[in-house]
Design a protein around this ligand. Structure first.
Ligand code: SER
Length: 344
């Protein structure tokens, strides 16, 4: 008998941490975790099995098909937007070919199981591309089907993988005699910048938000790489995990689309600075905009319209801006860096 599991790729990443910790504490699912790096100690107790390996390794994925019955895939592994600009072709391989490999694995699993395999995929506000700052300021809350001309390799990868997910769900091998017999149930969230009190992101462009906070809490100087007026949507990690799990659990007939915006609050960098300064008055924060990273932020929407998620599956964040900082981020971060395990 093959073991029934939930597969989580990118286990060590920020969302991986949040999701594995949550699901592990719930104890309802066996977790099969995959990452290119050795699994973080803190996640080990929650995982039934960990495999260190690359999503580009087809042999490895083939072995997973043979050994496990994978009911749901959370495909979180990805190279984020800033890092991807330093090596766009590598990013394309990991972000696109990696996703294609996982979709293929979902098809094979669904053939074995004779039922659809759910495929949860985090996309991003990077899928949008506004041509200039004036357009950004005028655009307001951007809807899922607007402004889809991403300016980064990461954004192109995410948008294309959304299309692939839709294709695998509705049209996979549509000319084959047995077309429609297997299925992938692809469900995708376009996340805003995510902020966690426990982990910091690596290689993203919305990182100035979490970095400002984590540096201040550790009494480290921080040079913010965007202008004070830069505005992006953000959400705390707990809400990101909640949205993933709610979308996973939503009845198929409730979904009017495969890709949903979710968001919570949209501060400017200046507002984040003021909140951080109030909590950590000695914080040494300066603004030193990096022109290229700034241009990426300027191409992403200041806010997104998440009414489709609210209507279809009852999405509502638990943390607005005040609650996010006052009740979660600041107290937990303070504690995080005052205990014996200060460093991240
Ligand atoms: N937070 C991501 C990044 O900055 C966007 O999804 O790359």
């Amino acid at each position: 008998m093959r073991k029934e599991v939930v597969l989580i790729t990118g286990a060590n990443g920020e969302i991986g941490h949040g999701l594995i910790t949550y699901l592990g504490q719930q104890g309802k699912h066996r977790i099969l975790a995959l990452d290119v790096q050795p699994l973080d100690e803190s996640l080990k107790p929650y995982c039934d099995r960990f495999i260190q390996g690359d999503i580009l390794d087809q042999m490895l994925l083939g072995r997973l098909v043979a050994e496990f019955e994978i009911r749901t895939i959370y495909h979180l592994a990805s190279i984020l937007s800033t890092k991807a600009e330093y090596n766009p072709e590598t990013a394309h391989r990991v972000n696109v070919e990696g996703t294609l490999n996982l979709l293929r694995l979902a098809v094979e699993q669904s053939q074995w199981q004779g039922r659809p395999v759910k495929f949860l995929y985090p996309s991003s506000i990077a899928a949008y591309g506004l041509p200039d700052i004036v357009t950004k300021q005028k655009a307001g809350k951007v809807k899922e089907d607007e402004w889809l001309q991403p300016a980064t390799m990461y954004g192109c990868n995410k948008l294309y993988c959304e299309h692939l997910g839709r294709y695998y769900t509705y049209n996979y091998r549509r000319l084959a005699a047995d077309a429609g017999k297997t299925s992938v149930d692809f469900r995708c969230l376009r996340f805003p910048g995510l902020i966690s009190a426990i982990t910091v992101p690596t290689g993203g462009t919305s990182d100035y938000g979490p970095e400002m906070l984590h540096h201040a809490a550790q009494n480290l100087p921080y040079a913010c790489f965007v202008r004070p007026d830069s505005q992006l949507p953000f959400m705390v990690m707990a809400d990101a995990i909640k949205s993933l799990l709610e979308l996973e659990a939503a009845p198929a007939e409730a979904l009017t689309r495969r890709v949903y915006n979710v968001t919570s609050f949209s501060p400017t960098a200046q507002e984040i600075y003021e909140i951080v300064k109030k909590a950590f008055p000695n914080a040494d924060i300066t603004f030193e905009p990096h022109l290229s990273r700034q241009s990426i932020v300027d191409s992403w929407p200041a806010d997104v319209d998440d009414s489709a998620a609210r209507t279809d599956w009852g999405w509502k964040p638990d943390y607005d801006q005040t609650r996010a900082f006052e009740e979660y981020l600041i107290p937990v971060i303070r504690q995080r860096y005052s205990g014996p395990n200060k460093a991240l």
